[in-house]
Design a protein around this ligand. Structure first.
Ligand SMILES: [Mg+2]
Length: 288
């Protein structure tokens, strides 16, 4: 865990000064001790933590690569006359040109290859071979990183912490990931946001403002963990949230945003470390 900014600290005033005395009395009234500053008073408060999904909770890039290769193998296996490499290259181009959410990747791949590649074959069968192989890989491979699962379980012990998702993409696809990744039980049900559903996409900071407003959260007591400096960190910084750049993997590991994150982590053990060190979270994990 790398700390990028200083956490707020209390500036001690001389004991007995009018300010410190009145602060102390007020603190007593609230059941707190503001002065002298205790280790507890030095920690930052956290009411909510939100996560990006892709390349934050699981390796989208590795998963997509495996699923696409499986689809290509199946299409060639079903008779498509091309090499695996050529077919994979076409598929990657189609995804780049039409986006990963486009619904007819495999049809486009067949259409882009020379007509002889599919002559005499039923194109729907070729597409179905690709789709089935893609989905079988999805069932088999879509898992959160082990440390992510462990830390989400650990956070689940804190009833007072809102645990949510702010994820870009089609609602049904992102929702499917939450279910397939088996993390829904660790999330606060009304704190799950998909950009298509909301109608505001990353990197518009309005998305993050909307979440804070909906749930009555204060930005400076709300954390966002994401992998993309320009689409996760910059907009969350802009609304004043505590930002954590997860640098573990993915396409955006080396991207540079306009602003620095509050913290950087390499994995979710780093997240636990900072929550313990800076936010006073307990370190214990419950037995499995
Ligand atoms: Mg991401």
């Amino acid at each position: 865990m790398t700390r990028e900014t200083d956490s707020p600290s209390l500036t001690p005033r001389p004991a007995g000064s009018p300010d410190s005395l009145s602060d102390s009395l007020c603190a007593h009234a609230r059941g707190l001790f503001a002065y002298p500053p205790s280790p507890i008073a030095m920690t930052r408060h956290l009411d909510a933590i939100f996560f990006d999904i892709d390349d934050t909770l699981f390796s989208t890039s590795v998963f997509a690569d495996k699923a696409r290769r499986a689809a290509v193998d199946a299409m060639v296996g079903a008779g498509l006359r091309t090499t695996r490499d050529e077919c994979f290259k076409e598929l990657c181009e189609v995804v780049n040109e039409f986006s990963s959410n486009y619904g007819s990747h495999f049809d486009k791949v067949i259409g882009r290859l020379p007509a002889a590649a599919s002559a005499g074959l039923n194109k729907e069968i070729l597409v179905a071979a690709g789709v089935v192989a893609y989905h079988e890989t999805k069932w088999r491979e879509l898992k959160v990183y082990d440390d992510v699962y462990e830390i989400l379980r650990w956070l689940d012990e804190r009833d007072d912490l809102v645990r949510g998702i702010i994820s870009a993409g089609l609602g049904i696809k992102q929702a499917e990931k939450v279910i397939r990744l088996r993390i829904y039980e660790f999330l606060t049900p009304n704190a799950i946001y998909f950009t298509e559903q909301i109608g505001i996409n990353k990197p518009n900071p309005k998305l993050f403002r909307r979440v804070l407003r909906d749930l009555g959260l204060e930005a400076e007591r709300t954390m966002y963990v994401g992998d993309n400096p320009t689409h996760d960190i910059d907009p969350a910084n802009e609304v004043g949230m505590i930002t954590v750049h997860n640098r573990r993997s993915g396409r955006h590991t080396h991207d540079v945003g306009r602003t620095k994150p509050s913290y950087e982590i390499e994995d979710f053990y780093g997240l636990r470390e900072l929550l313990v060190a800076e936010f006073g979270f307990g370190n214990a994990t419950r037995p499995h």
